[in-house]
Design a protein around this ligand. Structure first.
Ligand code: SF4
Length: 877
């Protein structure tokens, strides 16, 4: 199934989430790039979310790595690549093939992935290549393989348009896949589609839900087992379809024996959920990290799939289980064998026929016979000294893996570490022996696969800056330098893609689902013009849904229901660690912010890391709004700003995963997450660690703004971009005697003119540094969390701002408040004022008055929340 593409501008694909939106890049007259949604791309039909809309702001060369670096000094490609090839060769010769490893990323294009996988599994002779997609959806891969016999996403995005009921499980679609959420809302408006959200938190996705089930963390298996038992009780099973399914009896017995109390939900809520399921024929269950990132992740996936298989709600329009992936090419990585337990094209590493077919195809000397190390185990092996040479590509494991401090120490202690990335300002790059400059989005060419199997092109429109190179070229060059000249003699991504497509034909010969052999003779022109296309692509078939015909990929052609029983998260809360820590994403940032953090617009939405705490828990611990909170877990500790909200359950806390040693060192939340994994999938349990909380009694709190850099050096700091430069939140445990010297060091302005107001008896100090009348930087200090109008004050650097130290807006200029609509720069105070003063009652009316929410739509759930806030407030008066 091929979808058309427009002709003006360059069509490419967004590099963020797995929605895989089409983007059109057009040169502007001023030398910049205009970014618009591709109206013909079937993933988004022209829509982009706030992150995609801001892509043009992240294309500059700021913070880019331009040249290879060896041991912290600039080097050249020849020396760096010789060193990499030599160290990997020596490690293999001295310690065996399994002493080397690659840790790669869903940011890689399929062609990059293909070469990395071929180099490690076919030629270095180990399966020690794993991807950060292990942290994202490995449980889905495991669950789908158990149920279907292969890792197939059955449905398509069009199913969202046709569903009667959509169930979101462990997915804050409104923030993490905003364009898909808009599609769900459109279905609600067009055909009255009902929406259920299953999530311990009341997220932005709940604003449009008919039913929110605030499930106990880890309760999903019990919920879907209860549903399965209910489906049998009310005779809602599809007996014809069940003839195509094995494992029904045992699975049903286990489901009926499970205890719904583990869901933490009331009987009424359970009944309402079951009634919605049985009352609607066309059901799509969308699931994401809340399901996958669990020590029972694969079982959760199978509990969901069991319900769809038992009712035949799969492979039909408007029906099916639907895993939405977190990364732009997580799916491509799965297809191309980026996971340590897979070969390319959904072939299986442990199947000797598959292994020898791939070995023959690659003309490889040998193939590993056992799976390699999965991500968490890989870094454990690094820490234990078993891995002697490690290559990390476009990912930041020193921040993002669980038990991140231990991972950071393991990387630091490894004999030889190479990192390929677009910047060296990451926690992981700072630990590497060799850093290699790779091309970034907009500069590189290749393909990606989105969550509904559409393969789209990413296209280069900008020249590679400095000496940066595409990842496939770097990897192939190392392969050649290690002696495999003919096998890595690639000259273009098109050549790699053809080879990959041909290999998929071999997989097709084994009856595998992933077959794009229809492209194996695609010429360079055809590759250049490739339109978004859903796989499979063979002579006989293109796109469509899987399993409509009841044919699955187990040896007998049937599907399998997998008996599962609820298990509690591994870490147990108790007196020492009484809170359950959930981690996740925020609307306007992506992963560790190396790209989105460059956009002032995106940084204005939530400029500081935070921890959400229920009001009763906060009151019990004497934690007030905006206090800093000390979190401790058995693994590590951190300091975060308190957000007191009843959107989390009592006993649960939530913290985002984006902040790093570069932006907020005490908020590296994965330092607190236990390295516990699902025994089937190897995916870490990132949403159910245990922590204690305590108010941080800081000696002082600060807020800083600057036109240039800020160099914080205190117990707590969090740095963000602004249109005028930077802003930072600060706090320290030790008293500071001399705020003038402190400010000069903080802003690196030893000679600037200074204005200072101080009241030591109240712990207050305010410092402005100027060049003539122009404000360069300012520092606001208080003994309590600083009360200034941050969003206004952050605009002042570079202006004359005579009253800057007041920290207040002038009377004629209202404070817009924290950003809600990133596209039009509309803050929360502006929206609340418009709702109250203008009597606005709908998101569309707010849009008509302020434009907020009328472009990408990512903020529409938050505007809905503000409308309800005003309504509730008025009702209480
Ligand atoms: Fe990019 Fe947003 Fe589309 Fe995801 S939803 S692909 S982040 S534009």
């Amino acid at each position: 199934m091929t979808f058309p593409g427009p002709v003006s501008g360059t069509c490419t694909t967004c590099p963020y989430c797995g929605t895989g939106c089409g983007v059109v890049l057009t040169q502007t007259g001023s030398g910049g790039m205009a970014v618009t949604g591709d109206p013909d791309h079937p993933a988004n039909f022209g829509r982009l979310c706030s992150k995609g809309s801001a892509l043009g702001e992240t294309l500059g060369h700021e913070e880019r790595l331009m040249t290879p670096r060896v041991n912290g000094a600039d080097s050249d490609w020849d020396s760096a690549l010789n060193l990499v090839a030599d160290r990997f060769r020596r490690a293999i010769a001295d310690h065996g093939s399994d002493s080397v490893a690659f840790y790669v990323s869903g940011q890689l294009l399929t062609e990059d992935y293909y070469v990395a996988n071929k180099l490690m599994k076919g030629f270095m002779g180990s399966a020690n290549i794993d991807t950060n997609s292990r942290l994202c959806m490995a449980s889905t891969v495991a669950g789908q393989r158990r149920a279907f016999g292969t890792d197939t996403v059955p449905g398509t995005y069009e199913d969202l348009d046709e569903a009667d009921l959509i169930v979101l499980v462990g997915s804050n679609l409104a923030w993490c896949h905003p364009v898909l959420h808009q599609r769900v809302l459109a279905a609600q408006a067009a055909r009255g589609t009902r929406l259920v959200v299953v999530d311990p938190r009341r997220t932005a996705s709940c604003d449009a839900a008919d039913l929110h089930l605030p499930i106990a963390p880890g309760g999903d298996v019990a919920l879907f087992n209860h549903l399965l038992a209910h489906l049998a009780k009310v005779d809602a099973l599809d007996q014809d379809f069940l003839a195509r399914v094995n494992g029904f009896q045992e699975t049903m017995a286990r489901a009926q024996a499970d205890d719904p109390a583990a869901t933490g939900l009331s009987d009424d809520a359970l009944q309402a959920f079951c009634a919605l399921w049985t009352g609607h024929e066309k059901v799509v269950t969308i699931f994401s990290q809340g399901v996958n990132q669990s020590s029972a992740g694969a079982d959760k996936v199978n509990a969901i799939l069991n319900c769809h298989l038992a009712t035949g709600r799969i492979g039909k329009p408007g029906c099916g289980p639907f895993s939405v992936t977190g990364q732009p090419n997580a799916m491509g990585g799965r297809e191309v064998g980026g996971l340590a337990n897979m070969l390319a094209c959904h072939l299986e590493l442990e199947n000797p026929d598959h292994r020898s077919a791939v070995r023959d195809f690659w003309q490889a000397p040998s193939m590993p016979e056992k799976p390699g190390l999965k991500a968490v185990d890989m870094f454990r092996a690094v820490g234990e000294g078993q891995i002697k040479a490690l290559w990390i590509i476009h990912t930041n494991p020193a921040v993002t893996l669980p038990d991140a401090d231990r991972v950071r120490d393991a990387i630091a202690g490894c004999d030889f570490v190479v990192v390929s990335d677009i910047t060296d300002r990451t926690d992981t790059c700072r630990l590497a022996d060799v850093v290699l400059p790779a091309t970034a989005w907009g500069e590189k060419d290749g393909t990606v696969t989105n969550s509904d199997r559409i393969i789209s092109r990413q296209r280069a429109v900008l020249p590679a800056p400095g000496e940066s190179r595409p990842d496939w070229a770097i990897l192939a060059e190392v392969g050649r330098r290690m002696g495999w000249v003919a096998q890595f003699d690639y000259e273009s991504p098109a050549e790699i893609f053809r080879e990959y497509a041909a290999l998929s034909g071999v997989a097709g010969g084994f009856g595998r689902d992933f077959d794009i052999s229809g492209w194996s003779d695609l010429d360079d022109q055809g590759y250049a013009g490739l339109k978004p296309t859903r796989w499979p692509v063979t002579g006989a078939r293109s796109g469509g849904r899987f399993f409509a015909d009841g044919q699955f990929y187990h040896a007998d052609g049937k599907a399998r229901m997998v008996p599962v029983t609820w298990r509690a998260p591994v870490a147990r809360t108790g007196r020492r660690y009484p809170f359950r820590l959930n981690t996740g994403r925020i609307r306007d940032q992506w992963h560790t912010m190396t790209r989105t953090g460059l956009s002032a617009r995106l940084s204005a939405h939530l400029a500081e890391p935070f921890v959400e705490i229920h009001p009763e828990d906060a009151a019990h611990l004497s934690i007030g709004p905006a206090d800093l909170v000390w979190l401790r877990s058995p693994e590590g500790q951190g300091i975060l700003r308190a957000r007191i909200t009843d959107s989390v359950r009592r006993g649960d806390v939530f913290a985002p995963m984006h902040w790093t040693g570069e932006t907020a060192p005490s908020a590296r939340i994965d330092a607190l997450v236990a390295a516990v994994t699902d025994p089937v999938s190897g995916q870490p349990e990132s949403k159910a660690s245990v922590v204690s909380l305590a108010r941080l009694n800081a000696a002082w709190y600060g807020f800083a703004i600057s036109a240039a850099g800020i160099r914080p050096d205190c117990d707590y700091w969090a740095l963000a971009r602004t249109e005028a430069g930077y802003r930072a939140e600060l706090a320290g445990l030790d008293t500071v005697e001399d705020w003038e010297s402190y400010a000069r060091r903080l802003f690196n302005l030893p000679d600037a003119e200074i204005q200072i107001i101080e009241d030591p008896s109240r712990g207050m100090a305010r410092v402005a540094l100027r060049a003539g009348e122009r404000l360069l930087a300012a520092l606001f200090i208080a003994s309590e969390p600083v009360a200034v109008m941050r969003d206004y004050v952050a605009t002042l650097p570079g202006t004359t701002a005579p009253e800057a130290l007041s920290g207040m807006t002038p009377a004629d200029r209202p404070d817009p408040g924290p950003m809600v609509c990133s596209c039009f720069g509309v803050g929360v105070n502006t929206i609340l004022a418009a709702i109250e003063d203008g009597g606005l009652v709908s998101v569309d009316e707010v849009g008509a008055a302020l434009q907020a929410g009328t472009n990408c739509g990512s903020c529409r759930p938050e505007i809905t929340g503000l409308l309800s806030r005003v309504t509730l407030h008025e009702a209480a008066e």
